[in-house]
Design a protein around this ligand. Structure first.
Ligand code: CO8
Length: 278
């Protein structure tokens, strides 16, 4: 049975007493689904939403049963249309830095946690919305999704990690094309350039993300997955020779754990491995 938790925050332009859920968290078997609930502003990220996402991720990190996180947005129009433009309009440099740091803290919490993350992109993912998706391990988009970093058209730059995470994912030339033209990349092209892993019809989006997450958090060795994920991410910041050396080291170290015995023996005995013993 799934458990639904609601977090409440304040919407800037509403009266103080009027509070509504800005994000929701639904726990399934071994993963959780985090949904941004601000459809009237196309799920744009204000400080409250950034705080809530961060709290959810921190909370899940303390839940040993949960190994994965799917992030999506309410409705069929937008995953997230970016940082709250209204909130940013009056920023001075100090406020801009504080907001950028808050965004980075949230994105880094997702990327740096032990949770495997999938962004289920159900429509527009622009600016901070795409940056949120880029902080996830895997992106699955609906066929109506449009992704981009339109910030330079607003006279600002991507400030929640986009200049770095996008170029690492698709390469500097495509990242610069996307950033400097501010174009909205449709899902078929996003698939072509490796910005998303898969494109499905809107009605199948969450099912597809859940199915993939079910496979990931199902019958695989959780420690092996954790190490492999860490090697992929941390290796991007290292010279190849050092990253390859680290792989050898981790490969040898894993044999001091129980998981290889469980997995390799099960294969020999033609049984399903049971990694639940840890
Ligand atoms: N922030 C606040 N409100 C928004 C945002 C946003 N990013 N995007 C849409 N909305 C609101 C609209 O104002 C509108 O509200 P209202 O009904 O009250 O007028 C409502 O959502 C619906 O939007 P539209 O009427 O515009 O819907 P359309 O279908 O006509 O257009 C678009 C959809 C194309 C997505 C359009 O809304 C749009 O262009 N939105 C802005 C997209 C954008 O530029 N995003 C980047 C923002 S900047 C950013 O993310 C920087 C991140 C780093 C920050 C660093 C910190 C300093």
């Amino acid at each position: 049975m799934s458990i639904v938790l609601f977090f409440y925050g304040q919407i800037g332009h509403r009266k103080k007493s009027a509070r509504m859920a800005l994000t929701s968290l639904e726990k399934k078997n071994h993963y959780a689904i985090l949904t941004i609930n601000r459809p009237d502003a196309l799920n744009a990220l204000n400080e409250d939403i950034l705080n809530e996402i961060h709290e959810h991720v921190e909370g899940l990190a303390g839940d040993a049963a949960i190994r994965g996180l799917i992030i999506t947005g309410t409705g069929e129009k937008a995953f997230c249309a970016g940082a709250d433009i209204g909130q940013m309009a009056s920023f001075n440099p100090e406020q801009a830095e504080a907001f950028a740091r808050k965004g980075h803290k949230t994105m880094n919490a997702i990327a740096g946690s032990d949770l495997v993350s999938i962004a289920a992109i159900n429509g527009f993912a622009l600016g901070g919305g795409l940056e949120l998706a880029l902080s996830c391990d895997i992106r699955i988009a609906s066929d109506n999704a449009k992704m981009g970093l339109p910030e330079t058209g607003l006279g600002i730059i991507p400030g929640f990690g986009g200049t770095q995470r996008l170029s690492r994912l698709v390469g500097p030339a495509l990242a610069l094309e996307i950033i400097l033209t501010g174009t909205q990349v449709k899902s078929d092209r996003a698939l072509q350039i490796g910005l998303v892993n898969q494109v499905v019809v809107q009605s199948e989006l969450l099912n597809t993300a859940e199915k993939m997450m079910g496979i990931i958090t199902g019958k695989k060795g959780p420690e092996a997955q954790k190490i492999a994920r860490w090697l992929v991410h941390s290796g991007l910041e290292q010279p190849l020779s050092a990253a390859l050396e680290r792989e050898i080291n981790e490969f040898s170290q894993i044999f001091s754990r129980e998981e290889p015995r469980v997995g390799l023996t099960a294969f020999k005995e033609k049984k399903e491995p049971d990694f639940s013993g840890g």
